[in-house]
Design a protein around this ligand. Structure first.
Ligand code: 2RA
Length: 329
């Protein structure tokens, strides 16, 4: 398979290369793409070095798949150009996610809906992916009516500059700032930019993408997205109101049987998901599963996943695997 990685030098781009290698994706030709200033740099893949090439050169090579992680502007401009030469694009940016003509895919939930006509496929936002992997089976069985989500998001979701700011603060260096405030020993209720309604784009992604993926615009969602000085993954506190009642042990069993989910929930052993231990894992970890006694048919639970992996790179590679397995490319 001829595959282009657009944004190959970024945190997610590098993780995509790692995941392709780990999962032994059948790459016959690899085309790393990045900004003009990175052309000529080298990236490692399967023990070999590959030179970064320009967008135009990659398009002319007609890759079968192009996985993008290069920001919305780049995706809006270049994904259609790849599609014109027959390439199927899997895009990690928010550019195409809410486009009604584009599919928003989490393989465990809706990859079977993909067709040969889908030439630009949107990868959901990392904090959405981990949440809907856990919610999908519960929605199917108990029908979600309302969802209150608070996230505790890793600085790796912001990128290399944020991790550098964290490290600089910890070592007392006055370096470049990725955030408007100090992040070490702090929490910022500010992921992405604020919108006119007082919420951030990150919070509105949790609202809108969840409804699209679960195919239910009646689900009422409210979100608070918080940045925390953690590197292993995103954590989320979910409060879910269902149309129907449930049994907590049945919920745990249902989640245990869900592809891609690991339930960690043994309070006698202080067992619950933590980002330090989801780091470099591809699963979604769920725990603290308990009834919300303040409201009928309502449940609380805690969801953790590596945001660079299942939240981005692994989900994108899994989509590529589905495209190959279903012979859509
Ligand atoms: C973040 N989900 O965590 C966003 C982008 N990866 O900042």
């Amino acid at each position: 398979m001829r595959i282009a990685i657009v944004g190959a030098t970024g945190l997610v781009g590098q993780k995509i290369l790692d995941v392709l290698e780990e999962r032994n994706f059948p790459v016959s030709d690899l085309y790393p793409v990045a900004s003009e200033r990175s052309v000529g740099k080298e990236v490692a893949f399967k023990g070999n070095l590959y030179k970064v090439i320009s967008m135009e050169d990659a398009i002319n090579l007609k890759p079968q798949i192009a996985i993008f992680s290069a920001g919305g502007g780049t995706s809006l401009k270049w994904a259609p150009e790849f599609a014109k030469v027959g390439t199927t694009v899997v895009d990690n940016s928010s550019a195409w996610r809410m486009d009604v003509s584009k599919k928003l895919v989490v393989p465990e939930i809706n990859a079977t809906e993909l067709t040969k006509e889908d030439k630009i496929i949107a990868n959901p936002n990392c904090s959405t992916i981990q949440m809907v992997v856990a919610l999908a089976p519960l929605h199917k069985k108990y029908k979600i009516e309302r969802l209150v989500v608070s996230t505790y998001q890793s600085i790796t979701g912001t990128g290399v500059k944020a991790v550098k700011q964290f490290e600089d603060e910890r070592s007392g260096v006055d370096g470049e700032k990725a955030y408007p405030h100090e992040i070490d020993k702090n929490c910022l209720p500010h992921c992405d930019v604020f919108t006119e309604n007082g919420y951030t784009k990150e919070e509105m992604k949790l609202v809108n993408e969840t409804r699209k993926i679960l195919k239910d615009d009646n689900i009422r969602v409210t979100a608070t997205a918080v940045r925390v000085p953690v590197v292993g993954g995103h954590s989320e506190s979910l409060n879910i109101e269902f149309a129907n009642d449930f049994d907590v042990e049945e919920v745990k069993q249902l989640l245990n049987e869900t592809e891609g989910v690991i339930v960690q929930d043994n309070l006698d052993n202080n067992e619950y998901p933590m980002p330090k231990y989801s780091h470099e894992r591809d699963e979604v970890f769920v725990g603290r599963i308990r009834r919300d006694y303040s409201n009928p048919n309502s449940l609380n639970m805690w969801v953790v996943a590596d945001n660079l992996r299942k939240g981005a790179a692994t989900n994108a590679v899994q989509i590529a695997e589905c495209l190959a397995q279903q012979e859509l490319v």
